[in-house]
Design a protein around this ligand. Structure first.
Ligand SMILES: C[S@@+](CC[C@H](N)C(=O)[O-])C[C@H]1O[C@@H](n2cnc3c(N)ncnc32)[C@H](O)[C@@H]1O
Length: 374
């Protein structure tokens, strides 16, 4: 799965210094912009009460920036190898990014208040209209964010908040999931394949998928109607081959054996432990035999010992009630227990990418989107 260990998909594009420079300049500006906001937010939000004793090593700013630099180098290498295109927003509209930052800082005092008072279930105590029937484990102010996942205002802020949290590296981490997607569709009829993004949020990752595979039919599934509204907006340029479905990952309204690719990014650390195995079984149920699960979530304890301390601090600084359990959970047991087989695992900055496949029973004809006859 590692791009370095695979034959290149296209003849490698000859290194183009202009493109490299454009990428380097835009990503450096991106990291400065979001990392700077992280530092400013930490200062404005006041001290965060965390127990440092018993935590693993915490990297300094230089260590984090080095890890971010390695992620960006890999992102560029994948682009140059032809796995995926340059990000579409290499040059984002200045008005938009300023407006997003302003909204983020306007909301910050409320986030700081919740953190200070350790208030993580405001949305359960005062539910936004229409959200009362959603599962209780979900009706929480994850990250201490305003309205949890339950309002359009939260959906509009979400992508910016995540980029600030990861110092500008969130999109580059998500893009690593495009490599196994490319490898799956490269010799298949892309318009006949089906991709389901579980817990798609605002659809940000699917916009990267569509940028690269515009004819690949995709579905965004999430519990939040507000986030799906944002996803529908993001996917509007590909409306004819995109759909959104409101539903729970543990009981998906999706037909058995209907998907070639299931993607799931940053869901598992927000699931109660007992649901993780159920969701893994749902992945296996909806995949076609031979189909692949492309899974990304936070690093777990021991994955990168230099960053272990951050995994201890994160659930103290941000409301993440299931994270400490997730960080030590046996993910492979969930996927293997669901009948999937491992393809590969690799780390990408603060995230881990794992690819699993639903076995094709011996002698059974393939029902996937057909390999090209050569
Ligand atoms: C941390 S966000 C990740 C969103 C997106 N995948 C990304 O890359 O940013 C978690 C998402 O999972 C959704 N979610 C949480 N629990 C869910 C469940 N049981 N079923 C479906 N979606 C769920 C939330 O509404 C939210 O959009």
């Amino acid at each position: 799965m590692n791009s370095a260990s695979h034959p290149r998909p296209h003849p490698p594009s000859s290194p183009r210094p202009g493109r490299r420079l454009a990428y380097a300049a835009s990503q450096a500006a991106r990291v400065a912009w979001f990392f700077g906001q992280y530092a400013l937010a930490a200062r404005l939000g006041g001290p965060v009460r965390v127990a440092r004793s018993g935590t693993g090593p915490v990297p300094g700013t230089r260590g984090v920036l080095d890890s971010l630099r390695a992620l960006m180098a890999r992102d560029l290498a994948n682009i140059e190898a032809g796995y995926y295109r340059m990000p579409h927003d290499l040059l984002p509209a200045p008005g938009r990014v300023l407006a997003e930052a302003a909204a983020f800082f306007r909301d910050l005092p409320e986030v700081a208040r919740r953190r200070e008072d350790r208030v993580g279930v405001e949305v359960r105590d005062k539910p936004p209209p229409g959200t009362e029937k959603l599962p209780a484990y979900y009706r929480q102010n994850f990250h201490f964010q305003t309205d949890g996942y339950l309002s359009e205002r939260s959906a509009r802020l979400y992508d910016h908040q995540v980029e600030v949290l990861f110092g500008g590296g969130a999109d580059a981490m998500r893009r690593q999931c495009l490599v196994p997607i490319f490898e799956y569709v490269r010799d298949r009829r892309v318009a006949e394949c089906r991709l389901l993004d579980v817990a798609a949020g605002t659809g940000r990752f699917l916009t990267f998928v569509k940028d690269n595979h515009p004819r690949l039919p995709v579905t965004a599934l999430d519990l939040s109607t507000a986030y799906l509204k944002e996803a529908r907006r993001a996917l509007a340029p590909w409306a004819r081959t995109s759909s959104v479905v409101q539903g729970a990952a543990e009981a998906m309204p999706v037909a058995d054996g209907s998907q070639d690719i299931v993607t799931c990014i940053y869901l598992f650390h927000e699931l109660p432990p007992k649901l993780r195995g159920e969701v893994a079984r749902e992945f296996a149920r909806v995949l076609k035999p031979g189909g692949v699960l492309v899974f990304m979530d936070s690093l777990q304890k021991g994955d990168d010992p230099a960053l272990d301390g951050l995994l201890d601090l994160f659930p103290q600084a941000f409301h993440e009630p299931y994270y400490a359990h997730y960080a030590r959970d046996d993910l492979a047991a969930h996927f293997a227990g669901a009948g999937l087989e491992p393809i590969g695992v690799e780390l990408a900055f603060m995230s881990k990418l794992a690819v699993w496949r639903k076995p094709q029973p011996m002698g059974e004809a393939s029902r996937d989107c057909h390999k090209t006859v050569t």
